[in-house]
Design a protein around this ligand. Sequence first.
Ligand code: ADP
Length: 369
Amino acid sequence: MTHEAGIPLGIRFRLLSDTPRDAAAQVVNDVVVGDYRDLDTLRAFARGCDVITFDHEHVPTEHLRALEADGVPVRPGPGALVHAQDKGVMRARLTALGIPCPRHRVVADPADVRRFAEDDEGAVGFPVVLKTTRGGYDGKGVWVIRSAAEAASTTAPFLAGVPVLAEEKVDFTRELAANVVRSPHGQAVAYPVVESIQVDGVCDTVIAPAPGLPHDLSVAAQRLALTIARELDVTGHLAVELFETADGRVLVNELAMRPHNSGHWTQDGAVTSQFANHLRAVLDLPLGDPRPRAPWTVMANVLGGDAPDMYQGYLHCMARDPRLKIHMYGKDVKPGRKVGHVTTFGEDLAEVRDRARHAADYLRGIIDE
Ligand code: ADP
């Protein structure tokens, strides 16, 4: 989708892809198939590129430092990206900056989890949330531990060989995301704060702007995201995932430094999409207007269902809702896998939301009328 944003600007991409079947590899014409964990592969790939950016955060930090030392512009740079790669580093840095986060501590073993919950100063009590500090996504790498007995028998988080972060389980009212974009010379724009609805740890629906969010809190969340972008020297799109609490606060859950699912609505719902602005930022071009085009835009992810042929649903969905936009990723359909998303927009939130839900469910094959 970032490539799509580059087409009208004549910006050419070279893609490093795990396999020739990856979604982006199907549309970019200059594809190198290789392992992003291998420094020699990265070095050979980087030769001839003006700038390197990412659509995931898993390229090892030390390899990115090596590329930078070779003189390759890496945006966002490894010094910023490490905060999206490592939840332990992120929590320590944000806390030092005075940014509100859930109470947390790196834990060494199951006994330490119990100490964090029950013995530490200001102990948080059960339940607690355990997270692998690196490598998790879509809720994989997150465990909720409900009691001391459960903590004692919990070994899975400690088997991955990376530090484990324990956090208080925040009693949030909903999840929000503040998306901002920042360029190397410091220009920044903020999108409206959105509500992000998760199902089974996977983002399901995003509503822009977040319904009923008090103006003050919305501005505070945007400011917080802009502060993080500046302090961490982020280049490109930064998504700050937030918990909203009943007492009118926001706490940071995690960061992503690339176009993010919580910003997909901008493709059709904002004057300049997150993809176009990420690209502009990475190239240090002036950023585009982040304002919404309609009072409400809703994005719903399309998950794979039992129907292997997702195209069958197009006729019905397009005929039913001429304002619907469908974005499919060309991925093989597997049950529960994110294979695309839809966006709709309009004046009435309930109606816009219903149109998005209907299309996502129809394309998945769980409704047929
Ligand atoms: P991932 O990197 O896999 O997306 P997250 O850290 O975003 O993992 O956690 C996935 C989901 O788990 C969140 O969207 C949220 O619903 C829930 N969650 C994570 N941390 C906490 C927490 N400290 N308190 C309550 N819920 C949490």
